[in-house]
Design a protein around this ligand. Sequence first.
Ligand code: SF4
Ligand code: SF4
Length: 289
Amino acid sequence: MKVDCEGCAGCCIDWRPIAPEPSDHERRGPRVPLDDDYNLVPLTRDDARALLDAGLADALTPRLWRAEEGVAVDGTTLAAIDGKPAFFLGLRKAPKPVAPFAADPTWLPTCVFLDPTTLQCRIHGEETYPEECADYPGHNLELDQETECERVESAFGGERLLDDDPPDDRSGFLLGPQALGQKVFVFPDGDRLDGVVARAEAGDLTDDDRALFVAAAVAAAPGTTNVDRDRFEDALAEARAADSWAGRALSEWAERAGAPGDSAPEQSLAERIEGNRGAPDTPGWDGMH
Ligand code: SF4
Ligand code: SF4
């Protein structure tokens, strides 16, 4: 597997607003996400733990699904396992001024950890770097599914996926029952989600709402739908106390942004909104090939 990521970040950005033909690849099949995110990165339980320990729980957000059968909360039937609402934990996106694929600077929903100027990941190679990001697009190649790299190629030309042999190391590759409690989580108590599900549907989750799901992921038991109560409450308190550069930058981006797809100002804003709050620098592309 070999990819050319310079000037791309297609898997870190919701670039549907500038796509010639928007993709809906995350919204096929019987379960439909409640959120409108694109390219959500499903975190593992270990990722969630590392991000919580690093004080970055305020950068995380859940994905719940609407389904024909499951558990009803706030008038919505949620996909469930063993009667408990199922969810992914992912990374939040903020509207940032980015210029992927040689486009002009545009406000686009962008991973909280992407430096909008260099289009590089601020946590690459760190303990907190998600397994899914480290492996991407390896799982797609393994399953013979279209990759985001190929979608970018189709939309904007150029070559992104340079070698499509699946990687040998498949450490983060979890499917079916293996994924339960490690990548697909359950929320232990549907009643505690009263009001939360309505806010999730409205795209209005609060920090406290999101923290509930961080806690449930961290307290999950791999291979089961059990959630350790004590670990859940400890993690919840820790998640609710998170006040990171990433969470603060997200709030300011949201206040300043234009609508998705609107042209954006030059990207020097990023230094003030993210850099001055302590966001890690990225190395730039010189010598990266
Ligand atoms: S879509 Fe592919 S080429 Fe583009 S940044 Fe992601 S992995 Fe790299
Ligand atoms: S964590 Fe880094 S690599 Fe993963 S989606 Fe965010 S910016 Fe991209």
